[in-house]
Design a protein around this ligand. Structure first.
Ligand SMILES: Nc1ncnc2c1ncn2[C@@H]1O[C@H](COP(=O)(O)OP(=O)(O)OP(=O)(O)O)[C@@H](O)[C@H]1O
Ligand code: SF4
Ligand SMILES: [Mg+2]
Length: 398
């Protein structure tokens, strides 16, 4: 399989970072501080927007997103279907296909050399050549459609062989074989799978193969877009446990996308919640679970059963996500929000720092000048004591 076809198949991987650093020429310091540009930060996305279509017919699927990720940490992205999770990651990894276009912003990726020097490439402006090297060297992506992404006419072993041959030219055939067997073992598969074609594997086995391929070249950042949605719950759990065991072992940073917020609460260090293409809340996983600040986050938490603990009644979120071509005025969530106020119908809240250990939220309830009492459900405290807090009956704000 050529590198092109591997990319098209949904896995982007490449060789060890140190061997490819020299291709990235964009080295700079932070202009605001004059100090090291990113330090522990591996990814810094700023004001990032993506449109589908052009001109008057364009819809904004990702709007002014700011996002950052530190080395060796897990960032979860949650949100209902259509909230822009996949578009965001396809956008900044430049895997977006027409009619998707990046409408603005930057996505700084820090390659960081072995001596700790920041080597930063803006994935948005990088040339195709630079991008390919960086992407394949350092970032691997398992796309949402990964289950059907393996090449159906090539044996599993051949697919590994071609990835390693393309990116580790110094590897002998025997070394490639040994590495492939090692990778399969990492994801709990026997080497006899190497002679199989993808259709001869179960869905769970194919997904394990995809994960092994994604890890084949020691990426610094692994992006998983709903990697297990098509699998049964038991297999999902097994694969996710394996994935996180590998992450602890190899220390790569990870972006994990799912609409299942309760899963993320268990797996991620930090979580961002997206709604209608925007980030509406960002917090540590524990803080988000214990004290959700945005009504939409609360609604999502009440839509999924917790992975452990007492059974709770699920309440869901009334209504459905907005049509991006006809967003409401004011806060995008106002038609569904039980706490909506007059101001919410007119003005759109920006993501604002709450001064609580990096937490931020886009909701007028938490604005200092809102002059309203924050509902108790949205300022709950008490670690691990989340009671099911049903969404209140929608108030009439007309
Ligand atoms: N090719 C496309 N053309 C036009 N609009 C698109 C296209 N792909 C996605 N969109 C729109 O962009 C928005 C974001 O879609 P996206 O696939 O990023 O959502 P998502 O959060 O990943 O959803 P899911 O959980 O279903 O995967 C949606 O409103 C979707 O309809
Ligand atoms: S800004 Fe208003 S409508 Fe939007 S989430 Fe907050 S309370 Fe609800
Ligand atoms: Mg998606």
């Amino acid at each position: 399989m050529s590198t092109e076809s591997i990319e098209a198949s949904g896995v982007v991987t490449s060789a060890n970072v140190t061997s490819d650093v020299s291709v990235v020429t964009t080295t700079h310091t932070d202009q605001r501080t004059g100090g090291p540009a990113m330090g522990q930060r591996i990814l810094d996305i700023r004001n990032f927007s993506v449109d589908y279509g052009w001109g008057e017919g364009a819809v904004r699927a990702v709007n002014n997103v700011d996002l950052h990720l530190n080395r060796s940490t897990v960032l979860g992205i949650a949100g209902e279907s259509g909230s822009g999770k996949s578009t965001l990651v396809y956008g900044f990894t430049r895997l977006l296909r027409a009619p998707g276009v990046i409408a603005g912003g930057e996505a700084l990726f820090n390659l960081q050399s072995e001596d700790g020097t920041d080597i930063i490439v803006d994935l948005v402006t990088a040339s195709e050549k630079e991008l390919r090297k960086v992407r394949w060297s350092n970032i691997s992506v398992v796309l949402q459609s990964a289950l059907s992404a393996l090449n159906p006419v090539l044996r599993v072993g051949t697919q590994f062989e071609q990835v390693l041959k393309t990116h580790r030219r110094d590897m002998s055939k025997a070394d490639r074989r040994a590495r492939t067997v090692e990778l399969l073992a990492l994801v709990g598969l026997n080497e006899d799978r190497l002679r199989r074609y993808p259709h001869e594997l179960s869905g769970g086995q194919r997904q394990r193969v995809m994960i092994a391929l994604a890890l084949a070249l020691d990426p610094q950042l692994v992006i998983m877009d709903e990697p297990t949605t098509a699998l049964d719950v038991v297999t999902q759990r097994e694969i996710i446990s394996k994935l996180f065991e590998l992450r602890s072992r190899f220390g790569f940073a990870m972006i994990f996308i799912t609409h299942d917020l309760s899963l993320l609460v268990e797996l991620a260090d930090e979580i961002v919640v997206m709604y209608a293409g925007e980030i509406v809340e960002r917090a540590s996983a524990q803080a988000l679970y214990d004290t959700p600040r945005h009504p939409y986050t609360l609604g999502l938490l009440n839509s999924f059963p917790p992975m452990h603990g007492v059974r709770t009644e699920l309440t869901g979120i009334p209504g459905s996500p907005p049509d991006l071509a006809q967003l409401p005025t004011g806060c995008n969530f106002n038609p569904r929000c039980p706490y909506a106020m007059e101001r919410c119908l007119k003005e759109s809240p920006s993501l604002a720092d709450l001064g609580e250990d990096g937490r931020s939220v886009a909701c007028w309830l938490h604005s200092g000048d809102a002059g309203v009492v924050v509902p108790v459900e949205l300022r709950r405290t008490g670690k691990g004591k989340r009671e099911p807090a049903p969404m209140p009956v929608k108030r009439d704000v007309s």
